[in-house]
Design a protein around this ligand. Structure first.
Ligand code: ATP
Ligand code: MG
Length: 553
């Protein structure tokens, strides 16, 4: 484990040095189940779960499910699956909704202590009284309502005796506070909406600020880590905790870190939802989405996501990390785990003139030079092959190391060939290249010819045994590095971010199962997305090389 400590770890170390007990450390990851998790959440997940590992402390998964209007069970399940996929295990699974009864009791306790009151003004009136950052707010005419009356109405609110919007429960703090969030914030609103866990039991729901800190308190969370936008909430977080009957000795400590932002994409669930609604993408798990589920479908390995967020680091100020860093870690990981196969996507025929028409032979290819344990596979070689159109030029300059008339190249895993001539269609396009091969130059044999150096190696596929495959290729979802500027988000969408192409593949791919990842040699990394009848569909994860920009790490 490295000795470097990020600022959150430094805070924890300081607390330990000041006498906080190590075995009382406890963390949580608190998603709201109102959408899918994205790569930004991976940062928060990795931060909390890695702290748990480092200090051997529990980490809870807590669903912040206080808004039944936007939340549902499907999101809950998907979030659980995503965290497991990342390889993390939570100690306890908790739900803010499990604490509704306790929160309700504590709200009464606040009323009793003159720290909360029922306000019966409209939300518009409440909003105008809030003031501005430079002007203080005004007290509500209900602020000094007798506590017996507030208690009674609050109870009736729970019993469903009042309409939505008729009353709210507000904390009684300070209407001229510098911090606008302290100006008597709303704690409860009436909402006649079934909840995915509590059903129709409740028709009042706690607001985020009232639910969050108290949930931390109930679970004895020692360090409640959240993103910077919650910094102004910290005063309120602490104020609420101080109003509670003192039962636990641990008051959780809220600390804030910078959100992860990534170039050419967006991170807000609300905006991601907008992309689905506007049919820019097919769903939350569209492979172009920055969601974990999208990235799984795209073929990213979990470790690449984790390495990426760890490299991005825990900062105190917002920043934007280049997506090519994520792609770098994806390549690094995929290079290690993927078997290689040969696939041709824009084919021309290659005919080996001095190879017998009815003969074919089976050659051996190493599956992964980075990992011997992946073994070897058999590939078929014959007189009729496919090669990539771009790997042949009739005449070539000195920098072109692939095939051209009169020049030699090695066919990967096979023989050295020399191009003799080519055949063109009426449009003048090359459709077939004729060549001769050197029978003694077989790869892997021990002959002198097999070791002969030629400048280029190209991939190929045997015509007869080849398999037709379909490939989805993806590009950046947005044209701008920071798509969330001032103008309309949808204006910056890259409308050309998905392309379906076809390819010819060696036979080996037919043994792959859905979800398996491979390298198409000289191209990139791909995942089997679907197998329908006899058709195999692949998603392209990332090219072998970065076509966008060079990054230095
Ligand atoms: P969004 O704005 O995408 O809807 P959110 O903050 O509303 O995100 P939550 O489900 O409330 O989503 O987030 C759960 C946790 O993940 C919170 O602690 C939040 O601070 C953290 N988190 C959310 N987005 C990011 C991000 N981009 N980088 C780091 N942490 C994040
Ligand atoms: Mg949130």
């Amino acid at each position: 484990m490295s000795n470097y400590k990020n600022f959150i770890e430094q805070i924890i170390e300081e607390d330990l040095n000041n006498g906080f007990k190590r075995d009382e450390l406890c963390f949580r990851f608190p998603p709201e189940p109102n959408g899918y998790l994205h790569i930004g959440h991976v940062k928060a997940i990795a931060l909390n779960f890695e702290l748990g590992k480092k200090y051997n402390a529990p980490v809870n998964l807590r669903f912040d499910d206080t808004n039944p209007v936007k939340e549902n069970l499907h999101f809950v399940e998907e979030i659980k699956n995503n965290i497991k996929w990342l390889g993390y295990e939570w100690s306890k699974i908790c739900y803010a909704s499990d604490y509704f009864e306790q929160l309700y009791e504590w709200a009464h306790y606040l009323i009793l202590n003159d720290k909360a009151y029922v306000d019966s003004q409209t939300s518009e009136q409440i909003a105008t009284q809030k003031g501005t950052p430079t002007n203080p707010g005004t007290n509500s005419s209900y602020r000094n309502r007798p506590k017996e009356e507030s208690t009674r109405i609050f109870k009736e609110m729970r019993e469903g005796k009042h309409k939505e919007g008729a009353h709210v429960l507000r904390a009684k703090i300070k209407m001229d506070s510098q911090n606008m969030l302290m100006r008597d914030p709303v704690m409860y609103r009436i909402l006649f909406k079934d909840h995915h866990r509590t059903g129709s039991k409740w028709c009042i729901y706690p607001m985020y600020d009232w639910a969050h800190g108290q949930s931390d308190y109930i679970e004895k969370i020692s360090h409640s880590l959240c993103t910077l936008e919650f910094k102004p909430h910290r005063d309120l977080y602490e104020w609420f905790l101080h109003q509670l009957p003192k039962e636990n000795k641990i008051l959780p400590k809220q600390r804030e870190f910078a959100r992860l932002n990534m170039s050419y994409t967006i991170m807000s669930k609300r905006k991601l939802h907008q992309l689905i609604e506007n049919k820019i993408v097919s769903s939350w798990e569209d492979p172009r989405m920055p969601t974990i589920s999208g990235m799984i479908k795209r073929g990213y390995p979990a470790q690449a996501l984790i390495n990426f967020v760890k490299k991005a680091g825990i900062a105190k100020r917002d920043n934007i990390i280049d997506v090519s860093l994520l792609e770098f870690y994806a390549r690094e990981e995929l290079n290690r785990i993927c078997p290689r196969v040969m696939v041709v996507t824009d084919e021309i025929k290659l005919v080996i003139i001095n190879y017998p028409e009815d003969k074919h032979e089976t050659l051996e290819a190493i599956n992964n030079p980075e990992d011997e344990s992946q073994g070897k596979r058999e590939i078929v070689f014959s007189k009729h092959l496919y090669i990539e159109r771009e790997d042949f030029r009739e005449k070539a300059n000195r920098k072109f190391f692939r095939l051209s008339i009169g020049k030699e190249v090695r066919l990967k895993n096979a023989y050295i060939i020399k191009a003799d001539n080519c055949i063109k269609n009426e449009k003048g396009e090359v459709i077939e290249v004729h060549c001769t091969y050197d029978p003694k130059s077989k790869s892997g044999s021990n002959s002198e010819e097999s070791r002969r150096k030629v400048k280029g190696t190209i991939h190929w596929v045997d015509v007869k045994s080849s398999i037709d495959i379909k490939i989805n290729e993806y590009d950046r979802l947005f044209l701008k590095e920071k798509p969330e500027g001032n103008d309309d988000l949808l204006k910056n969408v890259n409308t050309d971010s998905k392309k379906l192409i076809v390819g010819k593949s060696e036979k080996f791919v037919s043994s792959l199962k859905k979800g398996q990842k491979v390298q198409f040699q000289r191209k990139g990394y791909y995942i089997v997305d679907d197998i329908q009848h006899d058709s195999m569909f692949f998603n392209k994860t990332v090219s072998l090389r970065d076509g966008w920009k060079k990054i230095i790490i």
